[in-house]
Design a protein around this ligand. Structure first.
Ligand SMILES: [Zn+2]
Ligand SMILES: [Zn+2]
Length: 102
């Protein structure tokens, strides 16, 4: 088990735009580093809605919310149960706040 960082759930704001994100390695055999937008724990993120945003370069991650312990993104597959109650997240798309330089 990866328990190097204790006391946190792994969430951190994007350094560029400040959006709450969760970044971690996902998978056991072929790990992929994922950074996803992290919605509030009560925001519904149904699987069907996430499917609309799926592209070959934008996978969908399943995020169970354990009552205790760190958040762990889970790899999803084509046969992910459509009624899965967890949050389903796509990669963070960085949209830095516009500056007044231009
Ligand atoms: Zn799921
Ligand atoms: Zn960002």
């Amino acid at each position: 088990m990866a328990g190097r960082r204790r006391g946190g759930d792994g969430a951190r704001p994007c350094p560029a735009c400040g959006t709450p994100t969760l970044a971690q390695w996902v998978g056991t055999t072929a790990a992929l580093h994922a950074t996803v937008d992290l919605p509030g724990p009560d925001e519904p993120r149904p699987w069907a809605a996430a499917l609309l945003h799926r592209t070959p370069n934008n996978l969908i991650w399943c995020l169970p919310r354990p009552r205790y312990g760190p958040l762990r993104l889970r790899w999803t597959h084509a046969r992910h149960p459509p009624d899965c109650p967890h949050q389903h997240l796509t990669s963070h798309t960085c949209t830095p706040a516009p500056t007044t330089l231009f």
